[in-house]
Design a protein around this ligand. Structure first.
Ligand SMILES: *Cc1c(COP(=O)(O)O)cnc(C)c1O
Length: 379
């Protein structure tokens, strides 16, 4: 008989020991919404929609039904709505608790210890977490002036590469590669390498230059392409945590095996179905964003002689490089004094840059004016 005081298993540690690869992860750092003194600040640090949420989606969310009941585990109405909008059979769509869940599941299903997960320098910070938490090794390809370099990515592929993540437009850079480049990247990958095209910001790209359609077409025909999308950005439903992915039936099947069984809430499903039906809201959000982004970039371009450089963006934010007397850190702190929280990114290797979400016209005017004042004072 076993002595109750002394468990027999060896080795003996005084606490559970996490896996090495988990210890290598730095927790995701979200955009802040308050200053050091706790004062509320206008938040332009998390790429949320300044127009809020579709009124129809809000009404549907409010009437979503009995919260004591589980939601539809298969999000059928929502997948049917998305399938109809994007001309995708609904059995080729899998929902996630935000697209973050799907990015993590894609890595988990296809990579593990000894495998490599590849993405570009200044890629989305979730890719590092997704790679490490399944024990895979993150591999970072060099950028080209902060943008995606397809040749550099392809040069980093090894026999151990299992998954390539690419956000297009990318976060935090806003950079974008066109359909020829996406096709070239795909052609250059072995068929056993999964290409995850993260299209969190695809709806901000003008439909007449919609290379996102190529990504969806690849997801339809290629067996190694997964496209992920989200309701967190243009749809203004970040708080409901809803994302989706589409790809080959076998890919969708793998993600369905390991996703949370009730991974989209009752209110989230109801809100998202109504949000999909309200494409007027999506168009208005895109129109607002792209007009304000152009105005903001023009105001920043006028500060070029101060070393302020907005990087080209197709998303709902602009990454700004500071190489003059005004540093990114000083600009970040100064904007906080003016009541705005933006995203300074030293933790992502970008201490010289600030990422600012496109807000209302008035907010962008105030930020541009504050930056000009700070540039003049820093001389
Ligand atoms: C915001 C964002 C997402 C979306 O995350 P959710 O989990 O859907 O909120 C995915 N990828 C990138 C690159 C993003 O910036």
């Amino acid at each position: 008989m076993q002595d109750a005081q002394t468990p027999s298993q060896t080795p003996s540690l005084d606490r559970p020991l996490p896996k090495d690869w988990i210890l290598g992860i730095h927790a995701y750092v979200p955009g802040k919404s308050a200053g050091k003194d706790g004062r509320p600040l206008t938040k332009l640090s998390a790429n949320e929609n300044p127009l809020g949420t579709s009124a129809l989606a809000l009404a549907a969310r409010a009437g979503a039904g009995d919260p004591s009941r589980y939601p539809d585990p298969d999000s059928k109405d929502l997948r049917a709505a998305l399938g109809a909008l994007h001309h995708i059979p609904m059995d080729r769509i899998v929902m996630g608790t935000g697209s973050d869940e799907l990015l993590n599941l894609a890595a988990q299903a296809f990579a593990g210890v000894g495998d490599e997960v590849l993405y570009v320098r200044y890629g989305f910070s979730v890719y590092d977490i997704a790679a490490r938490r399944c024990g895979a090794t993150p591999v970072i390809a060099p950028d080209s002036d902060y943008g995606t370099d397809v040749d550099a990515l392809l040069a980093c592929v090894t026999e151990r590469t299992r998954v390539v993540f690419l956000a297009n437009p990318n976060n935090p850079t806003g950079s974008y590669i066109d359909r020829q480049e996406i096709a070239r990247l795909h052609r250059g990958l072995r068929p056993d390498v999964l290409l995850v095209l993260d299209q969190a910001y695809a709806e901000y790209v003008e439909p007449n230059e919609d290379d996102g359609a190529l990504a969806l077409a690849l997801a339809e025909t290629a067996r190694n392409v997964l496209v992920t999308r989200t309701f967190s950005k243009i749809y203004g439903l970040a708080g409901e945590r809803i994302g989706w992915a589409t790809g080959d039936a076998a890919l969708v099947d793998m993600l369905n095996r390991i996703r949370g069984p009730f991974n989209v809430s009752l209110s989230g499903q109801a809100a998202a179905v109504a949000a999909v039906a309200d494409q007027d809201f999506v168009r208005e959000s895109r129109r607002h964003n792209n007009a304000e982004r152009a105005r903001f970039v023009a105001a920043l371009d006028a500060l070029g002689n101060h070393g302020v450089r907005p990087l080209p963006s197709k998303a709902n934010f602009v990454l700004i490089e500071f190489s003059g007397a005004l540093t990114a850190e000083a600009a970040y702190n100064g904007l906080m004094e003016h009541g705005y929280i933006t995203r300074w990114l030293p933790g992502q290797g970008l201490p010289q840059c600030l990422r600012i979400t496109i807000g209302t016209a008035q907010q962008m005017d105030e930020i541009a004016a504050a930056l000009r004042t700070m540039c003049d004072a820093a001389k």
